[in-house]
Design a protein around this ligand. Structure first.
Ligand SMILES: O=C(O)CCC(=O)C(=O)O
Length: 293
C-alpha cells in the first residue's frame, strides 16, 4: 500500500470545491505550487531530451502533447505523485488512485495556432467507470488570449458524446450545439502554479494562442484503481499506483460505450483497430477483411 497522501499534511478540497466539481465537472485551484517549484519544472521542460521531442513534434507552430512525460525526467513523476495534487483528488474519487497517462501540453508562440478541438477525454480511452480525472498544472498563466481550456458546464453528466463519423473515431466531438451555447461555456484560467481538475467526461477544448508567447501545462490523467481501461493506448506510465491500494476489482457503470475505432489509413493508426488495451483481437483478426473494408 502506498500512503503518500498521508505522508505530508496537505489539505484536500473544501466541501464547496467538491460541490462545485460535481455540479460543473471542473474546478480551478490557484496557488498550489510556488514560483520556485514552477521554475524547476520549467527548466525540466527545456532539457535537451524534452526539447528534442518537442522539436520532433513541431511545437514551434502547433500544439504538441508530449506523452509519457514522467519517463523523460523524474521531476514529472514526483509531480504526478505530489500530495498537493493527490490529496485534492482523494476528495473527489477516493483514496486508491492510478495514473492513466501523463503529458506536457504546449501551445506554440505562433499567433493563431494551437487550437485543440472539443472533446471528452474518456471518448479517447473509455473505462468501465467514469472515475477518471485530468489535472493540468500550469507553468504559465492560462488566459483566453493564450488559448486557455474552455469547458461546458455540467457536460460530465451527459454520458459519452459522439466523436465518430461513419463509424470511425475523429478525435473531436461532433455535437457542437453544446459549446455553441456560449452561456454554458466557462473559461478555465488558473494562474502559473495553479491547477485545473476536470472530469473525464467534461466536454472541453481550447482555441488558438493569440498571445505570441508559449503556454505550457503538465497534464496528468488519473483514475480510480477500479476503473478498467477498455480501449486505446497503454502508455509506459499507465496504471502506476499513485496512492492507496490495488484492490484487484473492476467497477462497471451501466450503459453503452462506443469504442473509438481507429482508421487503419490514418497517420495516427497504432496497429490495432481498437487500441492496445481493448485488443481482444489477435494480430490476424485485426488484419482481417472485416476491419479493412
Ligand atoms: O492544451 C490544451 O489546451 C488542451 C488540453 C486538452 O484538452 C487535453 O489534454 O485533453
Amino acid at each position: 500500500m502506498i500512503d503518500r497522501v498521508k505522508d505530508i499534511e496537505v489539505d484536500g478540497l473544501s466541501e464547496e470545491q467538491v460541490d462545485e466539481f460535481h455540479k460543473n465537472g471542473f474546478i480551478v485551484v490557484n496557488d498550489v505550487f510556488s514560483m520556485e517549484e514552477v521554475e524547476v519544472l520549467r527548466r525540466a521542460t527545456e532539457s535537451e531530451v524534452v526539447m528534442d521531442r518537442l522539436n520532433q513534434g513541431g511545437h514551434a507552430t502547433k500544439a504538441v502533447h508530449l506523452l509519457e512525460i514522467t519517463t523523460l525526467d523524474p521531476i514529472f513523476m514526483d509531480l504526478a505523485r505530489d500530495p498537493k495534487i493527490l490529496n485534492r483528488l482523494v476528495s473527489l474519487i477516493g483514496p486508491d488512485i492510478q495514473l492513466q497517462h501523463s503529458k506536457l501540453a504546449t501551445k506554440p508562440p505562433s499567433k493563431g495556432k494551437g487550437t485543440f478541438a472539443w472533446h471528452q477525454d474518456l471518448a479517447f480511452f473509455p473505462h468501465t467507470n467514469s472515475s477518471v480525472l485530468a489535472v493540468m498544472v500550469m507553468l504559465d498563466d492560462a488566459t483566453p488570449e493564450n488559448g486557455c481550456m474552455q469547458m461546458v458546464r455540467g457536460s460530465h453528466k451527459l454520458g459519452y458524446l459522439n466523436h465518430s463519423v461513419d463509424g470511425l473515431f475523429t478525435a473531436e466531438c461532433r455535437e457542437s450545439h453544446y459549446w455553441e451555447k456560449k452561456s454554458n461555456v466557462a473559461q478555465i484560467t488558473p494562474k502559473t502554479g495553479g491547477i485545473s481538475i476536470h472530469h473525464g467526461l467534461t466536454l472541453h477544448g481550447s482555441p488558438a494562442n493569440l498571445s505570441g508567447k508559449p503556454r505550457r501545462g503538465v497534464v496528468f490523467e488519473y483514475r480510480t484503481d477500479d476503473a478498467y481501461q477498455i480501449s486505446d493506448t497503454i502508455w509506459k506510465d499507465t496504471g502506476l499506483l499513485m496512492c492507496g491500494q490495488r484492490r484487484e476489482v473492476v467497477r462497471c457503470e451501466p450503459g453503452l460505450i462506443r469504442l473509438p475505432k481507429q482508421d487503419p489509413k490514418s497517420e495516427f493508426y497504432t496497429g490495432h483497430v481498437f487500441g492496445s488495451a481493448y485488443n481482444q483481437n489477435g494480430e490476424l483478426t485485426d488484419q482481417s477483411e472485416y476491419y479493412r473494408d
